[in-house]
Design a protein around this ligand. Structure first.
Ligand code: 2PG
Length: 404
């Protein structure tokens, strides 16, 4: 039996007046998702336990079968694993975004214009992080370049707590009320403030503004946490997994779970990604004998955070085409199971994640058509309800709920 999980990050949404009261999933053309819903099982799963932030870290841990209440130690440490940065037990990792802030003189008065510095490329951001390292690094505080706007700060023997805000949660807001608090506040705030002094003049930014792109004119810390510890996926399910994603977070979860991480050229984390290359890589992994592939697509979430409805619909339709090719090519196997779902909703109305349960649809080769139904939030809510999202993997693989 082969297993594929196709995850459209942040695909789920709410009914929108601009779409005649439909959700983006209802509005988009998704014949392949509708096929899976019509022939297979549908339902909803609560991937974000009460009291947890509705992040892709928490939600993807759940989808992978790991109860976040037991295994969540923060987002950045998972990214550090993927970046090959070893954390000691007393190190604290922080996500270091490159962001665009508005031009007000006083730092506190600036607005979070773009949490992604206009989706800055890895090549450009690498040069900016070099400058950040040269100016701000110390024996205790180490910077590491990552993917696109996503980078890493490791604080050796860092403090145990602090209050940090994800920059994608405050798009368009004045940053003053959201600056770091707690034991970490002063030191991190000084680094962020200093970066806003020297980054606007960086040559990469001069080139970007010349092209009409927003500059990466500041750094912003969030997503702190300590070294993760997770049991291997194989130990529970006796399945060898591979994981495919543009982003370090998902690859890091995969590494912790003992999955093979497959790098695909041309992935961007946006709607312009190499979708075909990702599908081909998934099929190749199964062809080489892997049992399960976790195929993650960031694009619907990126479009939602940017408040771009058309791009979100395009991203959902791209995920549907990926599903179509998978369904077609998986036919060479005697048996397979495929599940399509998001990790969490990212409603366009708020431009950030929500905690509500996500719709899933599962098809096993050879299932007969049950009914004509579509894959969307409302239809799925009439199906199976899996309250603890980490039990969904048991349902998918073992046919019963449970979990690590
Ligand atoms: O990586 C990130 O910074 C965020 C926003 O792009 O991703 P996600 O919303 O999937 O957590």
């Amino acid at each position: 039996m082969k297993y594929i999980i196709l995850l459209g990050d942040g695909m789920a949404d709410e009914q929108l007046a601009g779409l005649g009261g439909k959700t983006p999933l209802q509005f988009a053309s998704t014949p392949n998702m509708d096929f899976v819903a019509s022939y297979g099982e549908i339902g909803v799963a609560g991937t974000v336990p009460a009291g947890f932030p509705p992040g892709s870290d928490v939600a993807n841990l759940s989808v992978m079968g790991y109860d976040p209440r037991l295994y969540y130690t923060g987002r950045s440490p998972l990214e550090a694993v993927s970046m090959g940065v070893e954390l000691d037990s007393d190190d604290v990792a922080f996500r270091c975004n490159l962001v665009t802030l508005s031009d007000e003189e006083r730092y506190e008065d600036k607005t979070m214009v773009d949490y992604s510095a206009d989706e800055i490329t890895t090549a450009e951001s690498g040069k900016i992080i070099e400058e950040v390292k040269a100016r701000l690094e110390s024996a205790q505080l180490k910077f590491y370049p990552g993917f696109g706007f996503r980078h890493l700060l490791v604080w050796k023997g860092g403090p145990p707590d602090g209050e940090l805000t994800p920059p994608h949660d405050i798009s368009g807001r004045v940053i003053g009320p959201y600056l770091p608090k707690g034991q970490i506040g002063e030191i991190l705030l000084n680094l962020m403030r200093e970066s806003a002094g020297f980054l606007p003049g960086h040559q990469v930014n001069a080139a970007r503004t010349g092209k009409g792109l927003r500059p990466a004119n500041a750094i912003w810390f969030w997503g702190m946490g300590k070294r993760p510890r997770m049991p291997k996926f194989y130990d529970r399910y006796r399945l060898n997994g591979s994981i495919i994603s543009a982003v370090d977070l998902i690859k890091g979860i995969g590494i912790c779970a003992g999955f093979n991480v497959v790098e695909v050229e041309g992935v961007t984390g946006t709607v312009n990604t190499n979708a075909d290359g990702k599908v081909q890589a998934a099929l190749d992994e199964l062809g080489k004998g892997r049992d399960l592939v976790y195929l993650h697509v960031e694009a619907p979430d990126a479009a939602s955070h940017r408040g771009e409805l058309d791009t979100k619909i395009k991203a959902i339709e791209m995920v549907d085409r990926m599903l179509g090719r998978l369904l077609h090519e998986l036919d060479i196997y005697d048996s397979y199971k495929i599940m399509v779902l998001p990790d969490h909703p990212t409603p366009l109305a708020t431009m950030t994640h929500a905690s509500s349960p996500v719709p899933f649809a599962i098809y096993s080769k050879g299932q007969n058509k049950k009914t004509n139904r579509t894959y969307d939030e409302l239809t799925a809510s009439k199906g199976l309800v899996i309250k603890a999202g980490h039990e969904l993997m048991d349902y998918f693989v073992l046919g019963k709920t449970g979990g690590f």
